[in-house]
Design a protein around this ligand. Structure first.
Ligand SMILES: Cc1cc2nc3c(=O)[nH]c(=O)nc-3n(C[C@H](O)[C@H](O)[C@H](O)COP(=O)(O)OP(=O)(O)OC[C@H]3O[C@@H](n4cnc5c(N)ncnc54)[C@H](O)[C@@H]3O)c2cc1C
Length: 341
């Protein structure tokens, strides 16, 4: 079985490795150059223990060079911190590089600098044309193009989106970076009345303060510092006072989440295809779970391919997204806060 994947983000690379492990040929096409990193590399990411274990399963060949030591994780609200276990911190670019190495080691064919331009069906599956007049043939097409949803676009948008009510209004995220002396890694989710976010200190002294709020609220470094101090109390305020952040923050606006509504269209006439990662269901940054979802989906894909059920991939992955993640982010974000009260 020839599997063709659009996009070499975490979802596409993990899916490609899992397809190879299931005995398929796997090719990934990516429009970025080999050395370009995702714009999200500027935001330090976190990974819960379950997703970390899945990464070991998917990428055991190269170990986990994308991950920092697990950080103590706490929720700060009302002047106190409630410590709740550990999570790993990582940079998206490092994790992609690690998965890239693993993909190469597993025999995945990687074509960087190739932009998917046209998609058509043929008697024996899919034909995907890329710039340079080159075409790729496949039995199973996987759209892992993130929020771009290139595969869906190229299909003429035959698969409609469903907005999910995870985020009721657009949010602005700003991340400020700093360096401090190497320290115990720590990750604190904080929240005051109007602003919430994360404070991350890596084992190597890399620090990042991320603040999130509705679009109408001014978000400056001073406002974020003030909110962290209100949320975390004196000891956190003292720790923060010693850190000098770069004044310019990196911005990201999150519009809300969408899921592809497979059940609303007849996809029976198409060759096998699937959507994974943000292309299937966009992960809002605040829940820190987009990468874990991609690993879940890659492992599920491997299982389906091993059982020879390529034709069921799209529906099975979409059902899983609907069952597990619609509204799930809301529950995740409320849980730490509820336990503080
Ligand atoms: C600010 C922010 C913070 C976040 N924090 C966390 C966190 O702490 N923990 C966590 O787990 N998740 C977090 N997330 C979510 C996580 O980053 C995403 O869910 C995940 O990276 C999505 O990966 P992906 O592979 O689906 O998509 P992408 O990373 O977007 O990859 C898609 C790839 O497809 C390529 N592509 C697109 N169109 C084409 C085309 N026509 N031809 C060829 N290639 C194409 C793109 O170039 C890209 O490389 C955060 C997100 C944001 C925005």
């Amino acid at each position: 079985m020839r599997v063709l994947i659009i996009g070499a983000g975490v979802a596409g690379l993990a899916a490609a490795i899992c397809a190879r492990r299931a005995g398929c040929e796997a090719t990934v096409i990516e429009r970025r150059g080999t050395r370009d990193v995702s714009a999200r590399d500027a935001h330090v990411h976190r990974l819960p223990p379950k997703s970390q274990a899945q990464l070991t399963q998917i990428s055991s060949a190269v170990g986990q060079d994308g991950l920092d030591a697990a950080a103590r994780f706490g929720a700060a609200q009302g002047g106190a911190i409630d410590w709740q276990g550990r999570q790993s911190l990582f940079r998206l670019g490092d994790l992609e590089a690690s998965l890239h190495k693993s993909a190469v080691a597993n025999g995945v064919e990687l074509a960087y600098g190739q932009n998917a331009l046209a998609l058509r069906t043929a008697d024996d599956g899919w034909r995907l044309e890329v710039e340079a007049g080159r075409a790729f043939a496949a039995d199973l097409l996987i759209d892992a193009s993130g929020a771009h949803r290139t595969g869906i676009d190229l299909l003429g948008d035959r698969l409609p989106d469903v907005p999910l009510d995870d985020i009721d209004a657009p949010e602005r995220h700003v991340s400020w970076r700093a360096r401090t002396a190497a320290d115990d890694p720590v990750l604190i989710a904080w929240s005051d009345e109007t602003v919430n976010g994360l404070l991350q200190v890596g084992a190597d002294g890399r620090v990042q303060l991320t603040a999130r709020t509705g679009l109408g609220v001014g978000l400056t470094l001073e406002r974020a510092r003030e909110a962290v101090q209100t949320a975390g109390g004196d000891s956190l305020a003292r720790r923060l006072a010693q850190i000098r952040f770069e004044p310019r923050g990196v911005q990201h606006t999150s519009a809300g989440v969408r899921r592809v509504a497979l059940e609303e269209v007849d996809v029976g006439g198409l060759p096998p295809f699937a959507l994974v990662g943000d292309a299937l269901i966009e992960a809002p940054p605040r829940y820190g779970e987009g990468v874990g979802r991609a690993f879940d989906q890659a492992l599920m894909l491997e299982d389906l391919l091993r059982k020879g059920q390529a034709a069921d991939c799209a529906a099975t992955l979409a059902e899983q997204a609907k069952a597990h993640w619609a509204g799930y982010g809301v529950a995740m974000s409320l849980r730490p806060l509820a336990s503080v009260r």
